[in-house]
Design a protein around this ligand. Structure first.
Ligand SMILES: [Zn+2]
Length: 310
């Protein structure tokens, strides 16, 4: 009986480890640094939250965001790069659509975007190994996808995919609009909607990978350096923890063998890699149509964008 008890405990413990080990996510943040926001707030609240809670993240930098004044990189970019939980990545200099510019021009923009951050990273013993495409636009067709992959290989940069995102850029535009117009209740409503959309997006992608691979994968969550994440990512983190997610580094996530798979999607749209790995185009389209939508908020976003002087 005693031995049986031990066995049951071991089996349960093993199952528990399996469950927790399967639900993991790396947070990745594009369009860093958001200097306009840091200056308004007088602090980098997003970084402070992640750092104080020991949450790893990977940042993707646009150096065009650094102001002409030379203190900007020291005041607003260096704190991110110096943080021990932060992996440093590049996101080009000026955030162009690769599908809309020539290969040579795009390549020059990548190289220009590495100058300041490589120097700052070296000061703290880090290197820049990861690159994320602006808009996750990898080019119009297979030839363009292959051509830029060769460029990344020559620069020793790893293309950074993502599995989950929830249109945080759109929710953020509405959120900031309401904050600016003193509609605090509406802003909070949008914040909660962003949290709900994100949790639904995780559930959806988990359901797809379980159907496809029989397991959850090490997710890579894509979001941006903006107001709604500074205020609501902490709530998303709490909810993910309550759903047994662990927060891991981008290196750790990329060790999942799913990321070794080739992409079968060769257009310019910035869709999740969970869809890109699907070989059946019709099946991919069908599942994308079934994805939990955010259309009602997109309509608000479009309306706000049409308001003059915003
Ligand atoms: Zn971006």
């Amino acid at each position: 009986m005693y031995k049986l008890g031990i066995l049951i405990v071991l089996v349960l413990f093993g199952a528990g480890v399996m469950v927790t080990a399967q639900k993991q996510v790396a947070i990745t943040i594009d369009d860093v640094p958001n200097i306009r926001k840091y200056q308004l707030d007088g602090k980098i609240a997003f970084l402070t939250y992640l750092s104080e809670n020991n949450i790893p993240s990977a940042i993707f930098i646009n150096e065009s965001r650094l102001l002409k004044d030379s203190d900007a990189s020291n005041n607003y970019l260096k704190p991110w790069i110096d943080d021990k939980y932060v992996t440093v990545g590049s996101h080009t200099y000026s955030h162009p659509h690769y599908s809309e510019v020539e290969l040579e021009e795009f390549t020059k923009d990548i190289i220009k975007g590495l100058v300041v951050s490589t120097g700052l990273a070296a000061q703290t013993g880090k290197t820049i190994d990861y690159f994320r495409f602006p808009f996750n636009d990898l080019g119009n067709d297979l030839n363009e996808h292959n051509a830029i992959q060769d460029v990344l290989d020559s620069l020793h940069l790893i293309l950074t995919p993502f599995t989950v995102e929830s249109s945080d850029w759109m929710f953020n535009s509405i959120y900031e609009y309401y904050l600016k117009n003193d509609s605090i209740n509406k802003a909070e409503e949008i914040g909660r909607a962003y949290v709900d959309a994100t949790m639904k997006s995780f559930e959806w992608m988990d359901s797809l990978t379980i159907a496809q691979y029989g397991r959850t994968v090490k997710h890579i969550y894509l979001c941006h350096d903006n107001s709604i994440n500074a205020d609501y990512l902490p709530i998303i983190v709490d909810k993910l923890r309550a759903s047994d997610y662990q927060f891991i580094s981008l290196d750790d996530a990329m060790n999942d063998e799913v990321y070794q798979q080739p992409s079968h999607f060769h257009k310019s749209w910035g869709i999740s890699w969970v869809y890109r790995w699907m070989t059946d185009e019709e099946e991919r389209k069908k599942l994308m149509r079934q994805e939990p939508g955010v259309m009602e908020y997109y309509k608000i976003y479009e309306r706000i964008r049409s308001v003059p002087k915003y």
